[in-house]
Design a protein around this ligand. Sequence first.
Ligand SMILES: Cc1cc2nc3c(=O)[nH]c(=O)nc-3n(C[C@H](O)[C@H](O)[C@H](O)COP(=O)(O)OP(=O)(O)OC[C@H]3O[C@@H](n4cnc5c(N)ncnc54)[C@H](O)[C@@H]3O)c2cc1C
Length: 328
Amino acid sequence: MPPSEGIKQMIAATFRARVRYGEPMSAHTSWHAGGPAEAHFTPRDRDDLAAFLRALPAQVPVYWVGLGSNLLVRDGGIRGVVIATAGVFTRIERRAERRIYCEASVPCARIARACVRWELADGEFFSGIPGLLGGALAMNAGAFGDETWRHVVSVQTLDRRGRQYAREAGEFRVGYREVVLPAAHEWFLAAELQFEPRVPEPGKLQALLTRRRETQPLGAWSCGSVFKNPPGDYAARLIEAAGLKGYRIGDAVVSEKHANFILNTGHASATQIEQLILHVRATVERVHGVRLEPEVRIVGEPAPPLPGPPQLPGQPPTGQPPPGEGRC
Ligand SMILES: Cc1cc2nc3c(=O)[nH]c(=O)nc-3n(C[C@H](O)[C@H](O)[C@H](O)COP(=O)(O)OP(=O)(O)OC[C@H]3O[C@@H](n4cnc5c(N)ncnc54)[C@H](O)[C@@H]3O)c2cc1C
C-alpha cells in the first residue's frame, strides 16, 4: 500500500510535518517484518495526542502501537494513522504503601525493577514481559504464573475523539491474554497497580529469568508465544508433537528451542510468517483435533499481488512465499 497523498490532507496542518508517511513497521516490531504505516505519529504528551485525535477526521482509522512485541503487521501495511507512544508516557511513581501509578509507555522490565526497589515482590513477574505497560494492559500479559490485570485498580484511557476517562478495573472483561474494553476505540494512558508489600526472595527472579533463557529463544526475532495455550494443555507441546519444530517457510521458522515461537531468521516477510502460523494451526488441528487461537495480534492489509503474467490455475498466487517451504 503506497502512502497516499490523501492521508496528508486529512491531518491538520499543525501536525503534518511531524507525521512520517509510509513508515516501515518492520522497524517497529520485534519480528522485524511488515509493511508501512500510511501515517505514523509520535505525540509529545497527552494534550498533544488529544489535540491530534480531535483534529483527525473520524473516518481515518487509528492503530495504537507500543513496543510491537506482540504484533504481526501484514506486508500491505496499516491504513490510516499509527500512534506510536514508546518513550512518551514514561512516568512511574509510588502512590501508597501497596500502590503505584504507571504510564502506558513504561517498559514492563522497569516496573519489575521498581517493584523490587519498593519491596513489592509480586510485581517481579513483569520482568518476563518485553513490552510496555499499555501493551500488557491490552493483552493481559502474564509470566511466571501471574498476569497484569490481577494488579490493576484503575486505568486512564483516551478515546478516538481525544476525550480522557478514569475507569475502574471492574469495567473491563478480562480473560487469558484477552481484555474487552467497555467502549471501542479507547486506549490506555496509565494505570494504578496494586501489589503485596513483600521483600523479594534473593535470587528468585534471576533464577526464573535464567530458566526462561534456557527454554526460549529470547535473542532471536520473534513475538514470543504465537498461540494461546488451549485449556489443560500447552500449545508448544502440541506443535512439537505434530513434528513441526524446525518447519520453515522462507526465513520464517518454528523454533527448535520452543515450538510456540516462530522466528524470523533473516528476511522473512509478514506473509511468510502468517502462512507459517496458518500451517502450524492447520497441522495441529489435523493431528490433535485442537484448534489453536493466536495470541499475537495480526493487523493490516495483505501484500498487493506482484506484477507479472496472469496465474495459471493451480499455481501459487503471486505475492506468496517462494519455494523453500518445509523442514530444514
Ligand atoms: C521474546 C518475547 C517473549 C515474550 N514473552 C511474553 C510472556 O511471557 N508473556 C506475555 O504475556 N507476553 C509475552 N510476549 C508478548 C509481548 O511482549 C506482550 O504481549 C506485551 O504485553 C506486548 O506489549 P507491546 O508494548 O509490545 O505491545 P504491542 O505489540 O505494540 O501491541 C500489542 C497489542 O496491544 C495494543 N496496545 C498497545 N499499547 C496499547 C495501549 N496503550 N492502549 C491500548 N492498546 C494498546 C496494540 O494495539 C496491539 O493490539 C513476549 C514477546 C517476545 C518478543
